[in-house]
Design a protein around this ligand. Structure first.
Ligand code: FES
Ligand SMILES: [Fe+2]
Length: 427
């Protein structure tokens, strides 16, 4: 990438072209479970380089306020959350979820100074375990995208959050890069093929460099890997990327949950990874909701009470209790830890001008170009892509198609459309 585009893609703070672009979308901000009760403890949330404080007011509504009090900047993290608002501890200014200053006890009431203060507050929507925030211009606020994990009942969804020490695109590009799966996760596939005796695990293990297909959609793209498995059939794994940082991943063999990620900048060197598992037609089982078993491959384990992953730089991504091994890579046996090790070991923000991108990196390169082009267009007055919430109604799947299929996008259109009746178990 040319240097200017590289810089544009990298910067997410207020006033930067990419930062302003990202603010035109709803952003996954925190888990609902971080604010378990009305009038409970406020929590710190850093998003797109902004330090914010989230709280749940007496009516259960979530507020997301700039951290520093409008008066003289004390942190509202130490504010008193009670009776419909968050009151700064220092001199008692009190804010509601919309950022209105509703009390100013240190000023004489006749000055009406209270009415002149409007604190920065971002609108929030809570849906299926996640608080989403909109940080863009208020008159341009779109509807929440109709991702399947946001439209099914909450009993059908399991979600976790962790932090990753790298740029949000650097993490997300792991989801766009299908070919790494055959190398980085090779042993896991081979073990699955042996242990589970699933046909598809054998197909995956037998062909580590499948054909890749990409088709652009209004809100992003659908991308697929294809493995010819016999004279008649091909095995397809179909995933999505949506503007600006949303991905889908097919489920495991059978009737299990599907997967999705929201990649959210904390700042230019860290990102939040929200991992979603959902089932289109049924509540998740107790085992699925534990995040263990098959879902453990998708939800990174975190340190107790912290978003920091258990497998992290301090333990060479092997976790606190991994046994010794002849080489470092042999100690990293979990899918998530393998992904984290690769994307964090690049450094928090790798100099993209040093990369050598090849044919198998074309979705990574194309997605960067689309993000940069869209951010520039929005800077110049265009509307962002993906503003129609219906354009997000697509689900991932693993399936068989005839080898001679004329149009793969036509062939998958029905089963990837997120109506409950079109759901099919993964092959
Ligand atoms: S700094 Fe918050 S009320 Fe004074
Ligand atoms: Fe991976």
């Amino acid at each position: 990438m040319i240097d200017d585009d590289n810089k544009l893609l990298s910067q997410t703070g207020p006033g930067t072209p990419m930062g302003e672009f990202l603010r035109r979308y709803w952003t996954a901000a925190l888990l609902s479970s971080e604010l378990p009760e009305p009038d409970g403890a406020p929590v710190r949330v850093r998003l797109l380089g902004e330090d914010l404080i989230a709280f749940r007011d007496s009516d259960g509504r979530v507020g997301l306020l700039e951290e520093h009090c409008s008066h003289r900047g004390a942190s509202l993290y130490f504010g008193k959350n009670a009776e419909g608002g968050l009151r700064c501890w220092y001199h008692g200014w009190k804010y509601d979820v919309a950022g209105n200053c509703v009390d100013m006890p240190n000023e004489p009431p006749q000055t009406r100074f209270c009415d002149k203060v409007k604190h920065v507050a971002y609108p929030c929507i809570e849906r299926n375990g996640v608080v989403w925030a909109y940080m863009g211009p208020r008159d341009r606020m779109p509807a929440l995208p109709e991702l399947e994990w946001l439209t099914v009942p909450s009993s059908h969804v399991y979600v976790t959050k962790c932090i990753r020490e790298c740029h949000w695109t650097q993490g997300m590009e792991g989801d766009l890069d299908s070919i790494h799966v055959g190398f980085l996760h090779q042993d896991i596939f081979k073990n699955r093929a042996t242990a589970l005796n699933h046909e598809s695990a054998k197909w995956l293990a037998a062909n580590l460099t499948p054909e890749e297909e990409i088709a652009e959609t209004p809100a992003g793209c659908v991308h697929a890997t294809r493995r010819d498995i016999d004279p008649q059939n091909s095995y397809w794994k179909i995933s999505h990327w949506f503007f600006p940082g949303l991905t889908t991943i097919p489920g495991f063999v059978g009737d299990g949950p599907l997967g999705g990620h929201a990649w959210v900048p904390v700042d230019d060197n860290h990102c939040w990874v929200f991992a979603f598992s959902w089932h289109p037609t049924r509540p998740l089982t107790a085992a699925e909701l534990s995040g263990k078993g098959a879902l453990a491959a998708f939800h990174a384990e975190t340190m107790p009470g912290s978003p920091v992953t258990a497998c992290n730089r301090s333990n060479d991504y092997a976790g606190p209790n991994a046994p010794a091994a002849a080489q470092p890579w042999m100690r990293i046996t979990n899918v998530q830890a393998q992904d984290i090790a690769m994307t964090e070991s690049m450094g928090t923000l790798y100099d993209r001008s040093k990369e050598r991108l090849g044919h198998s990196d074309r979705l990574v390169a194309r997605t960067r170009r689309r993000l940069v082009a869209a951010a520039k267009a929005v800077r110049d007055g265009a509307e962002p892509p993906g503003m129609n919430p219906k354009d997000y109604r697509q689900r991932p799947i693993s399936m068989l198609l005839p080898r001679n299929v004329e149009s793969w996008t036509d062939a998958i259109a029905e089963v990837t459309d997120t109506r409950p009746e079109t759901f099919r178990a993964s092959v």
